[in-house]
Design a protein around this ligand. Structure first.
Ligand code: ATP
Length: 603
């Protein structure tokens, strides 16, 4: 294919992506580091003691924020990982004595057990088809089960009293303060770097629209399992530090109440900000230490009421509101260059069908929606799939893009049998699917959506933001003809309906698909937008030799661009041919007249 060797050309240098201004967090970070350095000279021993514990708790709160605030996974289970880390120290030092080798063994055991438990919980929570509600219930069960295990551990775990008085690191309170302070700063910086990076934006994409991620070839369950394991290990290490410092480990550290407190600290501090939960966790723990003895019940009640109020009235949390004058959260634009990317994969070979379906059926109970569909489409063809409402067009598209959807029959994409493979695997065979309703990442900018769309071709960095956005020529065509290149820094939810449709199409094309499925791409578009999209679609097939399948009710539009028409009626293909052959066919006229009559009768 000629485009395969096309040089990357700078086509636009305008627009930009909003990133959180680094000035505010840096100022805040500098103030925090200063407090950590001078703390031992400023705070009394009691406060130092509280702060050390708060720092370890704050690390756990940061990980909850990454899971809940950034990825949308509400978890009560991080306490379990904190507790496993703390008990690794308590059990190791109590039963085998304190020595360098015990420290290393206990630390290794903490990391291993936490990673294995987190991977298991992640697999259970995020396996295909599991709902977010199910994942949250699993996260509730984990601390409850773990607490029961510890309670039934007899003398070995100390049962309800836990373990106390074991020998631990011989460090002064000042040294512990600096160590825990350094740990929270490092954890905060690492988390901040990851969530701001290009790869970190995938977390927000999963939170926004997991189904679109799958159709971009991103295996969201695996991403979530990896994130859960990484954050669980960090939380487990924080727990190890806490257990080693306090010399006391008790079942409460693994419990569901502590898991809920972490959620409260994150919500009050400011979900999705990292520094909010960090500051929230520290301040609430300090306040609890001073106030809970003078008003033990009232303080918990105040925290509970504040939590409810914040969730209902102030979803962004309290800390961002209090620190607004510092300029935290203000947006600034980073210059971004949009360039053309050479197409990596060649189009499907013309002698082999890009899409081949044989005997495909789909039933919902006794309702047979598709009845033995045989269909082939080649590279360079733009096939219009038409038929009355309820004919089974969308169902047929689903069967082409998700192996689990059909009841029987075979589907091959570029010669690969999709078997029962999920959409993200089908995408790797060259599939791109555009849905009827614009399906984008609403909280991300146009540039971020487009970058995430190219994830399977250009692995995004875990630490950096790339200042160049590379797109294949046809995706660039869509971006330019619809003037999205002037709106790279606009958040997707603020685009017009037509622009969102164009953005979704550009995202699908950024995948460099060989087969493009388009479900009513002109629905809700103005005449001008329809003409623009029509030109782009024609060029996909004619110029770039992609295989396109288009479901469309607008027959004028189909006439303009389709190279072949397939008519579907009551789940079977009743006719295939050129547009003129189809519209002049008596059979097709009868089918459409019949469905119009049925529609009038129904009305
Ligand atoms: N999940 C489902 N459960 C039960 N029936 C379903 C399901 N999905 C689709 N159907 C039925 O299958 C038939 C075909 O639906 P489908 O959406 O594929 O038709 P279509 O040709 O795309 O229609 P339209 O042009 O109105 O979008 C309809 O009768 C619909 O009610």
């Amino acid at each position: 294919m000629a485009e395969a060797n096309m040089a990357a050309l700078p086509v636009a240098a305008q627009g930009g992506r909003p990133i959180r201004s680094a000035r505010g967090p840096l100022l805040l970070g500098a103030a925090g580091v200063l407090l950590i350095v001078i703390g031992p000279w400023v705070f009394d021993t009691y406060l130092l003691n509280i702060l050390i514990k708060s720092f370890f708790f704050a690390i756990a709160a940061i990980t909850v924020d990454m899971l809940w605030g950034y990825t949308g996974y509400l978890t009560f289970g991080q306490s379990a990982f904190f507790g496993i880390g703390a008990y690794a120290a308590g059990l190791g030092f109590t039963h085998w004595g304190f020595s360098t080798s015990t420290v290393l063994l206990a630390l290794g055991a903490a990391v291993l057990v936490v990673a294995v438990v987190a991977a298991l919980v992640g697999w259970l929570s995020f396996y295909r088809g599991a709902s977010p509600f199910f994942a949250t219930v699993i996260s509730l069960v984990l601390p409850i089960v773990l607490t029961q295990l510890l309670l039934s551990g007899g003398e070995w775990t100390g049962s309800s009293s836990g373990l106390t008085g074991f020998e631990t690191f011989d460090l002064s309170i000042e040294a512990w303060y600096w160590v825990s302070g350094a740990a929270v700063v490092i954890a905060g910086l690492l988390a901040w770097m990851v969530v701001r990076s290009d790869a970190g934006r995938i977390l927000a994409a999963i939170r926004d629209n997991e189904s679109r991620c799958a159709y971009l070839g991103i295996n969201a369950p695996v991403v979530k399992i990896c994130l859960l394991v990484a954050t669980a290990v960090v939380t487990g290490l924080a727990g190890f530090g806490y257990g080693s410092f306090s010399g006391v480990v008790a079942p409460e550290l693994t419990g569901f109440v502590f898991g809920t407190e972490l959620i409260i600290w994150v919500a009050l501090g400011g979900r999705g900000t990292l520094w909010g939960p960090l500051i929230g966790a520290v301040l609430i723990n300090v306040a609890t230490a001073y106030l809970s003895s003078s008003m033990p019940f009232a303080w918990q009640l105040i925290l509970g009421v504040a939590f409810v109020l914040v969730i209902v009235l102030l979803p962004q949390g309290l800390v961002p509101l209090l620190l607004k004058p510092l300029g935290l959260g203000r947006q600034s634009a980073k210059a971004l260059t949009l360039t053309e990317r050479a197409v990596r994969s060649s189009a499907a070979a013309s002698d082999k069908p890009a899409l081949a379906m044989h005997g495909v059926t789909r039933s919902f109970g006794s309702l047979k929606v598709l009845q033995g569909i045989d269909l082939e489409a080649h590279a360079g063809q733009l096939v219009g799939l038409i038929g009355p409402n309820g004919a089974g067009k969308t169902t047929l598209m689903r069967c082409m893009s998700d192996g689990a959807d059909r009841t029987s029959g075979t589907v091959e994409l570029c010669g690969n049998d999709i078997g029962r493979l999920p959409p993200d695997a089908c995408v790797h065979f060259g599939l791109g699917r555009k849905f009827q309703n614009a399906n984008v990442f609403e909280s991300l900018t146009v540039a971020e959506c487009l970058r995430i769309a190219g994830t399977i071709l250009e692995r995004p960095s875990l630490v950096r933001n790339d200042s160049t956005l590379r797109l294949p020529p046809y995706a660039l065509d869509v971006v330019r003809t619809t003037e999205l290149d002037r709106k790279l820094d606009v958040v997707a939810r603020d685009l017009s309906h037509g622009e969102q449709q164009a953005l979704e199409l550009a995202m699908v094309l950024a995948l460099e698909p060989k087969i493009v499925l388009l479900d009513e791409p002109t629905a809700g578009l103005t005449k001008a937008e329809r003409t623009q999209i029509g030109k782009v679609l024609s060029s996909l097939a004619l110029r770039y030799q992609l295989c396109c399948l288009l479901v469309e009710h607008d027959l004028d539009f189909v006439e303009e661009i389709a190279t072949r028409i397939v008519v579907l009626h009551q789940g079977t293909i009743v006719m295939q041919g050129s547009f003129q052959e189809v519209v002049n066919s008596d059979l097709v006229k009868t089918i459409y007249a019949g469905s119009a009559h049925a529609a009038r009768e129904a009305a």
